[in-house]
Design a protein around this ligand. Structure first.
Ligand code: PLP
Length: 384
């Protein structure tokens, strides 16, 4: 059957019809008063979503562009940074830092385990000369389904006093309570195709006053991603360069939908769907890759038993037209990942669990009672 693809991957995520229709409108000039009004609305609503009064800048870039902007605007060649890495995206932070010639110290954890906040504490306390300029971490590590202990690590950064905290919140923003101002997060980057319910193409960066001070000293080269240009333009509800107008229309509508739902309900929905997905996998005897205490609100990674992860993905796609994500790097073939981020309803969760049950049975996996996954998921969804 055509046109029944169901995206259950952690980005790109499904896009509501209302948002698609907004995006289909004819473009308007980005220097027009009409567009400025939209930028003003969108920026105010982004600040609401980020729970911040900091500058909130919109870039024409995927999430990685937002990450790169988060480095090159606030640091200088040779600056010492502490990077947390326990997955593909933590690795990416390290690669970006190294590409720009930073003195990159990497704190690793095994893939599937959260970063150890104490390791950051030790490194920061040992830095009596205050040479560490930034602590750079991924909040929700999409490659493994792990949520890192941002609050704890951030407390140690605050105790250090000097270093900025730079966060990849690509799959936690819009899914998990991330009060930027309350926590005092300096630089937070995210991307449109994740929690925002719009297609890929926009990156978002929030920048604190402390980070702007660092910007004044930073000497890494930059041009297109020079956030000072975006800040200046944003003060006039404008953009330094031509933005993807159609995506901004989409964003406007998506943010209106999010405001109507409300932050608490958005976070509760993600928490409920995460729990339902995890309970279903457990009831089906399928090991979860991340522990309950460190489970991402956006994606659940499963290390299947009796069957191959890639076979599960293949049957899910062929029989049901449901796209699941696979493992990355050394986890390829070891895990599959169920995205439950953005425009996902409880019905979608029941659908994917039902299809997974049928797929496991199809593949000869008989280690569970048929219906056990659905029963476990629906119990949680009903209670929530
Ligand atoms: C998707 C994602 C990114 C950004 O990837 P892009 O392909 O550049 O949008 C960065 N970090 C995390 C944790 C992600 O999930």
């Amino acid at each position: 059957m055509d046109n029944k693809l169901m995206l259950m991957i952690p980005g790109p995520t499904p896009v509501p019809e209302k948002v698609l229709l907004a995006q289909a409108k004819h473009p308007i000039g980005h220097r027009s008063g009409e567009f400025s009004e939209i930028m003003a609305e969108v920026t105010a609503n982004l600040k609401w979503l980020h729970q911040t009064q900091n500058d909130l800048l919109v870039l024409s870039a995927s999430g990685t562009g937002a990450m790169e902007a988060g480095i090159i605007n606030f640091l200088s060649p040779g600056d010492r940074v502490l990077v947390g890495s326990n997955g593909k995206f933590g690795d990416r932070w390290a690669q970006i830092s190294q590409a720009f010639g930073l003195d990159t110290h990497i704190i690793t954890a095994e893939w599937g385990k959260p970063l150890d906040a104490n390791a950051f504490k030790q490194a920061l306390e040992a830095d009596t000369e205050k040479a560490i300029k930034a602590v750079i971490i991924t909040h929700s590590e999409t490659s493994t389904g792990v949520l890192n202990p941002l609050e704890d690590i951030n407390a140690h950064v605050k105790a250090h006093g000097e270093a900025l905290i730079v966060v990849d919140a690509v799959t936690s923003l819009g899914a998990y309570d991330l009060p930027i101002d309350e926590l005092g997060l300096d630089v937070v980057g995210s991307g449109s195709q994740k929690g925002y319910m719009i297609p890929p193409g926009l990156g978002f960066v929030s920048v604190s006053a402390k980070a702007w001070q660092a910007y004044e000293q930073a000497t890494l080269p930059k041009f297109y991603l020079d956030l000072g240009k975006y800040r200046k333009a944003a003060a006039k509800n404008s953009n330094p360069f031509t933005p993807p107008i159609s995506l901004v229309f989409a964003l406007q509508t998506a943010l209106q939908m999010m405001k109507a739902e409300g932050l608490e309900r958005i976070f509760a929905r993600h928490a409920r769907q995460k729990q339902a997905t995890r309970a279903a996998m457990r009831a089906m005897g399928q090991p979860l890759f991340a522990s309950d205490e460190a489970a991402s609100p956006a994606v659940t990674a499963v290390m299947p038993q009796q069957v191959e992860a890639e076979q599960v993905r293949s049957v899910m796609k062929k029989r049901f037209d449901i796209a699941l994500a696979g493992g990355q790097d050394h986890l390829k073939g070891q895990i599959f990942r169920i995205g439950h981020l953005g425009f996902i309803s409880d019905r979608d969760i029941l659908t994917v669990i039902g299809a997974l049950e049928a797929t496991f049975l199809d593949l000869g996996c008989d280690g569970f009672t048929p219906g056990a996954g659905i029963a476990a998921a629906s119990e949680i969804l009903t209670a929530g």
